[in-house]
Ligand binder design. Structure first.
Ligand code: ZN
Length: 521
């Protein structure tokens, strides 16, 4: 859920996926490509010997890819509530122990889970035809008949101007993220929320990419204006997805007949579930209470292997743990490795961690989020979440490491750094620093498969993470401290979020009014 809107009230109650909702054009500083001799660089690098061991090991080992294949091919999607999810948590725990980490344990997380059932979409007029469809996570069970209203790309302005047409209709819109030239990422959940408020009875989300089938993503947090994932609830109206080609077929029918009626049935179920965060520590020798953290979620969407998102990041966290434990076991600061459960349907694991470890948050020097960090399609840059005082450090390290990467400054709301960010913790992510509003591509479809990842990407991500953690944990003094709540909100109170803020405020008021007791039944 995008929305940095109405942050004073919304606080942590947002989000889900990745690489979306950048709230500010990043400031990108590219380190100059160097023409200096190797020796000069080497002399400037006080950690050269450890760097060489880390990079040498990672680039002569296949561990990261071996682990990725186990996660994806053996355990499947690792979606909340699946057997593969539990196997993945145990696997990470066993690996962290094998690598010699300390304090390795699972932290259970209780939350409102969702199980997919059969879904069917039948066109009943002007022709009779079944269209393959999938429910969106946290969609309620339904048996619904109605007429489709095509809202095209789902521009916020169109929802305002055509509000009168929506009442009683099933809204169809697509996954284009910058409708009518929007400068911000218009998220699925906002299109769903705007449909809901205008009185839609159902929501059809059409993938805007050809050949990838339907696209998934949660809709359960339209109602969540609370700080805790425990307030996640079932979406008030059913939401499904169909492929681009079937969306175009329906549009052609509409053009010919003027009106298309459908019958939609879904049988999904919400129920309480338990997931797990996996934690492991490299203890600090000198400043045991100044923690550097690396993390990534391990759950994928249930229709997918979730190989790029998130497994390419999760195995890179694991690989960083392996090489750091082997070559830098006695760092001044501890390094904590976290594998989060249930990011995809509500940042559940990381939000739980931030709540449960509230008294330790001031001890975190930095949390580096590695969601999808090793994917072929991603650049291995560092995006700091508005921490300008850290910029020169990253640039210095880039020089010192003889490794070119961009350092950006912006805040996205769709991954596990966000609960930390909202709690004031210094955070950033390993991701492309350039702003992209093209969309997810194969992401969140059945085609996020192992072939979207190669060993090179995993090596780049894991060694960059390990070498940065090495530096963060070795720095004598640390230039930033945790922000207070007021400062976080001020940081986000900018004109570019106002449209979304206004939307959030309206949605919260709407949901408050229509609030039914209980969440999911
Ligand atoms: Zn992800």
């Amino acid at each position: 859920m995008v929305a940095l809107a109405n942050l004073r009230q919304v606080k942590h109650g947002l989000t889900d996926d990745l690489l979306t909702g950048r709230v500010r054009t990043p400031v990108i500083k590219q380190p100059e490509t160097r023409g200096k001799g190797k020796e000069t660089m080497s002399q400037q690098n006080p950690l050269l010997s450890i760097d060489q061991q880390i990079v040498g090991d990672a680039y002569t080992s296949t561990d990261a890819m071996d682990n990725l294949i186990i996660l994806c091919d053996d355990f499947g999607s690792r979606f909340g509530g699946t057997e593969g999810e539990r196997q993945a948590a145990e696997f990470f725990k066993a690996k962290l122990e094998e690598y010699g980490l300390g304090n390795v344990h699972l932290e259970p997380v209780e939350y409102l889970g969702w199980t997919r059932g059969e879904a069917s979409l039948e066109i009943v007029s002007p022709v009779q035809k079944a269209i393959p469809c999938i429910s969106l996570p946290h969609s309620p069970p339904t048996d619904l008949e109605g007429v489709i209203l095509d809202m095209g790309d789902g521009a916020p302005k169109d929802f305002d101007q055509r509000a009168g047409e929506i009442q009683g209709k099933i809204v169809m819109t697509n996954s284009v993220v910058s409708p009518k030239g929007s400068r911000r990422w218009i998220h699925r959940s906002e299109k769903y929320g705007r449909s809901l408020m205008a009185g839609a009875t159902g929501f059809i989300y059409v993938n805007h990419y050809a050949g990838y089938g339907p696209v998934t993503g949660g809709i359960g947090r339209a109602s969540s204006s609370s700080a805790h994932h425990k307030d996640n609830r079932e979406g008030p109206i059913p939401g499904i997805s169909i492929c681009k080609e079937d969306g175009a077929f329906i549009q052609r029918l509409m053009k010919g007949a003027g009106e298309v009626s459908i019958h939609l049935t879904t049988t999904d179920r919400c129920q309480p579930m338990t997931s797990w965060n996996v934690i492991g520590d490299l203890p600090g020798q000198q400043y045991p209470d100044q923690i550097v953290m690396l993390g990534c979620h391990y759950d994928g969407h249930d229709i997918s292997q979730g190989a790029a998102d998130p497994a390419s990041g999760a195995v890179s966290v694991l690989e960083a743990a392996r090489v750091l434990a082997k070559y830098a076991p006695h760092l001044p600061c501890p390094v904590r490795f976290a594998l989060w459960g249930i990011e995809e349907i509500g940042l559940v694991g990381s939000r739980e961690y931030v709540q449960a470890h509230a008294d330790e948050l001031s001890n975190i020097r930095f949390y580096l989020n590695m969601d999808s960090a090793g994917a072929k399609s991603n650049a291995r840059d560092i995006v700091l979440n508005e921490w300008p005082d850290l910029q020169p450090y990253l640039e210095r390290w880039s020089e010192e490491m003889a490794l070119v990467f961009a350092v950006g400054q912006s805040v996205a709301v769709h991954s596990d750094h966000f609960p930390f960010f909202m709690a004031g913790v210094p955070t950033g992510g390993m991701e492309s620093a350039g702003m992209s509003l093209s969309g997810r591509g194969y992401g969140h479809t059945q085609w996020d498969t192992v072939d979207k990842v190669d060993l090179t990407g995993l090596r780049e991500a894991s060694t960059l993470a390990a070498r940065l953690a090495l530096r963060m944990a070795s720095e004598e003094t640390w230039p930033v401290t945790r922000r207070d709540e007021e400062t976080v909100f001020e940081l986000l109170d900018r004109p570019e979020y106002w449209e979304e803020q206004e939307y959030r405020e309206r949605l919260d008021a709407f949901l408050e009014k229509s609030r039914s007791p209980g969440g999911c039944g």
